[in-house]
Design a protein around this ligand. Structure first.
Ligand code: GTP
Ligand code: ZN
Length: 261
Protein backbone atom coordinates (compact mmCIF):
# COMPACT_ATOMS: atom_id res chain seq x y z
CA UNK A 1 0.00 0.00 0.00
CA UNK A 2 1.36 3.47 -0.81
CA UNK A 3 2.42 5.35 2.31
CA UNK A 4 -0.05 8.14 1.53
CA UNK A 5 -2.83 5.61 1.93
CA UNK A 6 -1.22 4.16 5.05
CA UNK A 7 -1.01 7.64 6.57
CA UNK A 8 -4.54 8.60 5.54
CA UNK A 9 -5.74 5.21 6.82
CA UNK A 10 -4.71 6.17 10.34
CA UNK A 11 -7.73 8.48 10.59
CA UNK A 12 -10.13 5.58 10.29
CA UNK A 13 -7.95 3.37 12.48
CA UNK A 14 -8.04 5.96 15.27
CA UNK A 15 -11.75 6.83 15.14
CA UNK A 16 -12.46 4.94 18.35
CA UNK A 17 -8.93 4.90 19.75
CA UNK A 18 -8.99 5.31 23.51
CA UNK A 19 -5.91 4.08 25.39
CA UNK A 20 -4.87 4.58 29.01
CA UNK A 21 -2.69 7.45 27.81
CA UNK A 22 0.86 8.59 28.43
CA UNK A 23 2.54 10.64 31.11
CA UNK A 24 1.23 12.19 34.32
CA UNK A 25 -1.86 13.54 32.53
CA UNK A 26 -2.58 10.25 30.74
CA UNK A 27 -2.81 12.01 27.42
CA UNK A 28 -4.27 10.06 24.52
CA UNK A 29 -4.25 11.28 20.92
CA UNK A 30 -6.03 10.30 17.71
CA UNK A 31 -4.98 10.99 14.14
CA UNK A 32 -7.88 13.20 13.08
CA UNK A 33 -7.02 14.43 9.58
CA UNK A 34 -4.37 14.05 6.88
CA UNK A 35 -3.84 16.31 3.85
CA UNK A 36 -1.23 17.47 1.35
CA UNK A 37 0.65 20.62 2.34
CA UNK A 38 2.95 22.15 -0.26
CA UNK A 39 5.25 24.69 1.42
CA UNK A 40 8.10 27.03 0.47
CA UNK A 41 10.42 24.35 1.84
CA UNK A 42 8.92 21.47 -0.11
CA UNK A 43 5.93 19.15 -0.12
CA UNK A 44 4.71 17.79 3.19
CA UNK A 45 1.63 16.05 4.42
CA UNK A 46 0.02 17.63 7.45
CA UNK A 47 -1.40 15.32 10.09
CA UNK A 48 -3.77 16.88 12.63
CA UNK A 49 -4.20 15.24 16.02
CA UNK A 50 -7.04 15.34 18.53
CA UNK A 51 -6.22 14.80 22.19
CA UNK A 52 -8.27 14.02 25.29
CA UNK A 53 -6.75 16.66 27.60
CA UNK A 54 -7.07 20.10 26.10
CA UNK A 55 -8.24 21.88 22.97
CA UNK A 56 -4.69 22.26 21.66
CA UNK A 57 -4.35 21.06 18.09
CA UNK A 58 -0.91 19.53 17.69
CA UNK A 59 0.21 18.66 14.18
CA UNK A 60 2.85 16.63 12.37
CA UNK A 61 4.54 17.73 9.15
CA UNK A 62 5.44 14.50 7.37
CA UNK A 63 7.87 13.94 4.53
CA UNK A 64 8.29 10.54 2.87
CA UNK A 65 7.24 7.12 4.07
CA UNK A 66 7.26 7.14 7.84
CA UNK A 67 4.65 4.57 8.84
CA UNK A 68 6.61 1.55 10.11
CA UNK A 69 9.98 3.23 9.38
CA UNK A 70 13.09 3.32 11.58
CA UNK A 71 15.59 6.10 12.27
CA UNK A 72 13.12 8.73 11.09
CA UNK A 73 14.62 12.24 11.22
CA UNK A 74 12.36 13.89 13.76
CA UNK A 75 12.11 17.38 15.18
CA UNK A 76 9.93 18.33 18.15
CA UNK A 77 9.20 22.03 17.80
CA UNK A 78 7.47 23.89 20.61
CA UNK A 79 5.23 26.72 19.47
CA UNK A 80 6.69 30.23 19.68
CA UNK A 81 4.25 32.79 18.30
CA UNK A 82 6.69 35.65 18.72
CA UNK A 83 9.49 33.84 16.90
CA UNK A 84 7.69 31.53 14.45
CA UNK A 85 5.11 34.07 13.26
CA UNK A 86 6.39 37.53 14.22
CA UNK A 87 10.04 36.79 13.40
CA UNK A 88 11.23 37.91 16.84
CA UNK A 89 14.99 38.02 17.33
CA UNK A 90 14.80 37.28 21.07
CA UNK A 91 15.05 33.55 20.44
CA UNK A 92 16.18 31.08 17.76
CA UNK A 93 12.78 29.43 17.27
CA UNK A 94 11.93 30.62 13.75
CA UNK A 95 15.36 29.70 12.42
CA UNK A 96 15.13 26.33 14.14
CA UNK A 97 11.67 25.75 12.64
CA UNK A 98 12.71 26.53 9.08
CA UNK A 99 16.05 24.74 9.36
CA UNK A 100 14.26 21.76 10.88
CA UNK A 101 11.82 21.56 7.95
CA UNK A 102 14.75 21.92 5.54
CA UNK A 103 16.71 19.10 7.19
CA UNK A 104 13.63 16.86 7.04
CA UNK A 105 13.15 17.57 3.33
CA UNK A 106 16.80 16.66 2.72
CA UNK A 107 16.35 13.30 4.41
CA UNK A 108 14.57 10.36 2.79
CA UNK A 109 11.81 10.70 5.34
CA UNK A 110 11.11 12.81 8.37
CA UNK A 111 8.62 14.34 10.76
CA UNK A 112 8.31 17.72 12.44
CA UNK A 113 5.88 17.79 15.34
CA UNK A 114 4.55 21.29 15.91
CA UNK A 115 3.61 21.17 19.58
CA UNK A 116 1.36 23.85 21.05
CA UNK A 117 3.57 24.34 24.08
CA UNK A 118 4.04 28.10 23.87
CA UNK A 119 6.69 29.56 26.14
CA UNK A 120 8.01 26.14 27.21
CA UNK A 121 4.53 25.35 28.42
CA UNK A 122 3.73 28.52 30.40
CA UNK A 123 1.60 30.06 27.63
CA UNK A 124 1.88 33.28 25.68
CA UNK A 125 0.69 35.71 28.35
CA UNK A 126 3.18 34.37 30.86
CA UNK A 127 5.96 34.33 28.26
CA UNK A 128 5.37 38.03 27.63
CA UNK A 129 5.49 38.59 31.41
CA UNK A 130 8.77 36.62 31.47
CA UNK A 131 10.11 38.83 28.66
CA UNK A 132 9.23 41.89 30.74
CA UNK A 133 11.32 40.51 33.62
CA UNK A 134 14.13 39.76 31.18
CA UNK A 135 13.94 43.37 29.95
CA UNK A 136 15.06 44.23 33.50
CA UNK A 137 18.01 41.85 33.56
CA UNK A 138 16.74 38.38 34.48
CA UNK A 139 17.61 35.37 32.35
CA UNK A 140 14.95 32.96 31.02
CA UNK A 141 15.29 30.52 33.92
CA UNK A 142 15.01 33.12 36.71
CA UNK A 143 12.11 34.82 34.94
CA UNK A 144 10.15 31.57 34.85
CA UNK A 145 10.94 30.88 38.50
CA UNK A 146 9.94 34.43 39.51
CA UNK A 147 6.54 33.82 37.91
CA UNK A 148 6.06 30.64 39.93
CA UNK A 149 6.85 28.14 37.17
CA UNK A 150 9.59 25.58 36.73
CA UNK A 151 12.27 26.62 34.24
CA UNK A 152 10.59 24.34 31.70
CA UNK A 153 7.00 23.13 32.09
CA UNK A 154 6.97 20.92 29.00
CA UNK A 155 6.09 17.25 29.01
CA UNK A 156 6.68 15.21 25.85
CA UNK A 157 4.10 12.48 26.51
CA UNK A 158 1.88 13.92 23.81
CA UNK A 159 4.81 13.93 21.35
CA UNK A 160 5.61 10.31 22.18
CA UNK A 161 2.01 9.22 21.60
CA UNK A 162 1.92 11.14 18.29
CA UNK A 163 5.07 9.38 17.06
CA UNK A 164 3.80 5.98 18.13
CA UNK A 165 0.43 6.69 16.47
CA UNK A 166 2.34 7.43 13.24
CA UNK A 167 3.88 3.96 13.47
CA UNK A 168 7.45 5.20 13.83
CA UNK A 169 9.83 2.46 14.99
CA UNK A 170 12.72 4.72 16.00
CA UNK A 171 13.79 8.35 15.59
CA UNK A 172 16.93 10.34 15.02
CA UNK A 173 16.11 13.42 17.02
CA UNK A 174 17.02 16.85 15.66
CA UNK A 175 17.72 18.71 18.91
CA UNK A 176 20.23 20.14 21.36
CA UNK A 177 17.93 19.44 24.28
CA UNK A 178 18.78 16.30 26.29
CA UNK A 179 15.42 16.37 28.08
CA UNK A 180 13.55 15.66 24.84
CA UNK A 181 15.61 12.52 24.23
CA UNK A 182 15.23 11.36 27.82
CA UNK A 183 11.48 11.83 27.93
CA UNK A 184 10.78 10.21 24.55
CA UNK A 185 12.70 7.12 25.66
CA UNK A 186 10.80 7.14 28.95
CA UNK A 187 7.50 7.08 27.07
CA UNK A 188 8.58 4.23 24.80
CA UNK A 189 9.94 5.93 21.67
CA UNK A 190 13.29 4.45 20.61
CA UNK A 191 15.85 7.23 20.09
CA UNK A 192 18.46 5.89 17.67
CA UNK A 193 20.57 9.06 17.62
CA UNK A 194 20.74 12.83 17.78
CA UNK A 195 21.26 15.40 15.05
CA UNK A 196 22.54 18.74 16.45
CA UNK A 197 20.36 21.75 15.68
CA UNK A 198 22.46 24.78 16.55
CA UNK A 199 21.63 28.15 15.02
CA UNK A 200 24.53 30.65 15.10
CA UNK A 201 23.79 33.36 17.68
CA UNK A 202 23.41 37.07 16.98
CA UNK A 203 23.44 40.13 19.23
CA UNK A 204 19.77 39.82 20.23
CA UNK A 205 19.70 36.15 21.22
CA UNK A 206 23.26 35.37 22.34
CA UNK A 207 22.42 35.77 26.07
CA UNK A 208 19.31 33.58 25.58
CA UNK A 209 21.42 30.87 23.93
CA UNK A 210 24.14 31.15 26.58
CA UNK A 211 21.47 30.60 29.24
CA UNK A 212 20.23 27.49 27.42
CA UNK A 213 23.76 26.09 27.44
CA UNK A 214 24.77 27.14 30.95
CA UNK A 215 21.59 26.70 32.94
CA UNK A 216 19.40 24.30 30.95
CA UNK A 217 22.13 21.89 29.85
CA UNK A 218 21.49 22.19 26.12
CA UNK A 219 24.27 20.98 23.84
CA UNK A 220 25.08 24.44 22.51
CA UNK A 221 28.35 26.26 22.16
CA UNK A 222 27.39 29.94 22.43
CA UNK A 223 30.16 30.85 20.01
CA UNK A 224 28.19 29.12 17.28
CA UNK A 225 30.11 25.86 16.87
CA UNK A 226 27.88 22.85 16.41
CA UNK A 227 29.82 20.58 18.74
CA UNK A 228 31.04 21.25 22.24
CA UNK A 229 34.30 19.86 23.51
CA UNK A 230 32.26 18.55 26.47
CA UNK A 231 30.39 16.40 23.99
CA UNK A 232 33.23 13.92 23.73
CA UNK A 233 31.04 11.52 25.68
CA UNK A 234 28.45 9.70 23.57
CA UNK A 235 24.96 11.06 23.98
CA UNK A 236 23.36 8.54 26.28
CA UNK A 237 19.75 8.37 27.32
CA UNK A 238 18.02 6.02 29.69
CA UNK A 239 17.52 2.59 28.23
CA UNK A 240 20.09 3.08 25.48
CA UNK A 241 23.17 0.92 25.55
CA UNK A 242 26.44 2.31 24.32
CA UNK A 243 26.44 0.36 21.06
CA UNK A 244 23.10 1.78 19.93
CA UNK A 245 24.20 5.43 20.00
CA UNK A 246 24.20 6.51 16.37
CA UNK A 247 26.50 9.17 14.88
CA UNK A 248 25.07 12.66 15.38
CA UNK A 249 25.50 13.53 11.71
CA UNK A 250 26.53 11.51 8.67
CA UNK A 251 29.97 13.07 8.80
CA UNK A 252 30.32 12.84 12.58
CA UNK A 253 31.75 10.00 14.64
CA UNK A 254 29.80 8.14 17.33
CA UNK A 255 30.88 10.74 19.86
CA UNK A 256 29.03 13.45 17.92
CA UNK A 257 32.32 15.16 16.98
CA UNK A 258 33.33 15.79 13.43
CA UNK A 259 35.97 13.39 12.25
CA UNK A 260 39.33 14.97 11.69
CA UNK A 261 41.78 14.11 8.94
N1 GTP B 1 9.29 30.75 29.20
C1 GTP B 1 9.98 31.16 28.16
N2 GTP B 1 9.86 30.46 27.00
C2 GTP B 1 10.59 30.86 25.95
C3 GTP B 1 11.44 31.97 25.98
N3 GTP B 1 12.02 32.12 24.77
C4 GTP B 1 11.55 31.12 24.01
N4 GTP B 1 10.68 30.35 24.70
C5 GTP B 1 9.95 29.17 24.30
O1 GTP B 1 10.83 28.09 24.24
C6 GTP B 1 10.30 27.12 23.36
C7 GTP B 1 11.44 26.65 22.48
O2 GTP B 1 12.27 25.91 23.27
P1 GTP B 1 13.85 25.97 23.19
O3 GTP B 1 14.36 25.82 24.56
O4 GTP B 1 14.26 27.12 22.36
O5 GTP B 1 14.32 24.79 22.39
P2 GTP B 1 14.01 23.38 22.67
O6 GTP B 1 12.90 23.18 21.73
O7 GTP B 1 13.78 23.06 24.11
O8 GTP B 1 15.38 22.62 22.34
P3 GTP B 1 15.95 22.27 20.92
O9 GTP B 1 15.25 21.02 20.49
O10 GTP B 1 17.38 22.03 21.14
O11 GTP B 1 15.70 23.44 20.04
C8 GTP B 1 9.16 27.77 22.63
O12 GTP B 1 7.94 27.28 23.18
C9 GTP B 1 9.33 29.24 22.94
O13 GTP B 1 8.11 29.95 22.98
C10 GTP B 1 11.53 32.69 27.21
O14 GTP B 1 12.27 33.67 27.34
N5 GTP B 1 10.79 32.24 28.24
ZN1 ZN C 1 11.03 31.64 20.29
Amino acid sequence: MADYDKLAGLVERDQDHDCTGYGPDQVCVRVAGVAELPTRLGRFRIVAFWNNRDAKEHIAMVHGDVVGASEVHTRLHSECLTGDVMASLRCDCRDQLLEGLRKIQEAERGILLYLRQEGRGIGLINKVRAYALQDHGMDTVDANLALGFRDDERDYAVAAHMLLSLGVQSVKLITNNPEKMKQLELYGVKVAGRIPHVIPPHEHNSFYLQTKAKRSGHYIDPSGFTHLSEQSDPVMVEGMTEGTTAPATPEAGPDGKRKTG
